[in-house]
Design a binder for this molecule. Structure first.
Ligand code: SAH
Ligand code: SF4
Length: 353
């Protein structure tokens, strides 16, 4: 590693900030030694705040319908070959009840932007989850909705909202989204969610088509500015029925490198080792944890719909990627010095003793 990269890493670890050129330099000059140093700092800072505990979230994929056409995603409206399904309230509650028994204390309801997921149905479902499981947190990940809708869902009991910013560089955002998805609306949604008191999750894909170190530096500068409570970072993985069918996937190495950097930018961030990372490499989840991640989100959807929620090709949803595989996942994490816990896994601000 060159001297400048070394200095930038030490500066980042000590001050949790860099000029945007510093982030760009680190992304451009990724090396094994730089990755190792970043991961060492990231693990130390994560352990100071969260110990060796890994938080689990039960992911219930509630609808594969989507009105949008994000160029990268297999659920895009233009994909006529996508199998569409929608869970109703009782199917969602059944999965949540089962997840609670397995030890989950956070439930993530995720779906495409499905106009049939109206506020009445969603608020009713969120309220029912909170009533049955007052010890649990509800996270929503349902894309862009109106302020009124976000407010109603928050009032119904939703605690957190995941809405990846996808790209902080406006030109690059416009490159990977259709014209009817303006960058400004995405940013406004994130602000609105924060105003409403949600714990907010931003995030981005790694290695998406046309993405440059400068674009990633803009993402890192955004994380430094916005300080989201959660940050989802996973490799781009191509889907065969999208405009990006023949593009290369992002790499395990670059994703882990960025996970470490994000941990150092905002040490208390809740940072998942994502399913996409687990899907591109058999040890993806463990590598993500060793890079500074502290959350995993096993699939809690009804087994018969899992393969229909095909955001990208070969998305893992069995074994350690599934809620039923928690014991195996725990064993694998214990072998690298970490352990799963039964906990809501709220963001912490103070260091633990
Ligand atoms: N509709 C909601 C939630 C489902 S998509 C939303 O868009 O927020 C959840 C995330 O999957 C997106 O934020 C995107 O970053 C990621 N994603 C979509 N297509 C992907 C692909 N081909 N490879 C990797 N991640 C992808
Ligand atoms: Fe729809 Fe989300 Fe996929 Fe975009 S990323 S097409 S909003 S499901």
């Amino acid at each position: 590693m060159d001297e400048q990269a070394h200095q930038l890493i030490e500066q980042l670890a000590a001050s949790h900030a860099l000029p945007i050129e510093g982030y760009e330099y680190l992304v451009e000059h990724q090396s094994e030694q730089a990755a190792r140093l970043l991961a060492e700092h990231a693990r130390a800072q994560r352990i100071a705040i969260y110990g060796n505990e890994v938080f689990i979230r039960g992911l219930v994929e509630i609808s594969s319908y989507c009105r949008n056409n994000c160029h990268y995603c297999g659920l895009r409206a233009g994909n006529a070959s996508c199998e569409r399904y929608r869970l109703d309230r009782s199917e969602i509650l059944e999965r949540v009840d089962m997840g609670h028994e397995l030890g989950f204390r956070t439930f993530v309801l995720q779906g495409g932007e499905d106009p049939r997921l109206d506020d009445a149905m969603l608020c009713d479902t969120v309220a029912a989850i909170k009533e049955r499981h007052p010890d649990s947190a509800v996270t929503l990940s349902l894309g862009e909705r109106s302020f009124e809708s976000y407010a109603a869902l928050r009032a119904a009991g939703a605690d957190r909202y995941l809405l990846r910013h996808e790209a902080a560089d406006p030109d690059y955002y416009a490159q990977i989204h259709p014209a009817d998805m303006p960058y400004e609306r995405r940013m406004a949604c994130l602000q609105e969610l924060r105003e409403l008191g949600y714990a907010v999750g931003a995030g981005f894909m790694v290695g998406a088509p046309g993405q440059t170190p400068r674009h990633l530096a803009a993402d890192l500068a955004f994380i430094e500015r916005f300080k989201p409570e959660m940050c989802g970072i996973g490799p781009f993985v191509p889907h065969h029925a999208t405009p990006y069918a023949h593009e290369a996937a992002g790499t395990l190495e670059q994703t882990c490198y960025l996970l470490s950097i994000v941990r150092l930018i905002h040490p208390p961030v809740l940072l998942p080792a994502t399913t996409a990372l687990g899907s591109i490499h058999p040890q993806g989840r463990e590598q993500g944890i060793l890079a500074g991640a502290n959350v995993v989100m096993p699939n809690l959807s009804p087994p018969d719909v899992r393969s229909k929620y095909a955001i990208y090709d070969n998305k893992a949803h069995t074994g350690v990627e599934s809620a039923e595989g928690l014991d195996e996942l725990d064993g694998r994490l214990q072998s690298i010095g970490y352990r799963l816990v039964v906990d809501r896994g709220d963001p912490r601000t103070k260091e633990c003793d």
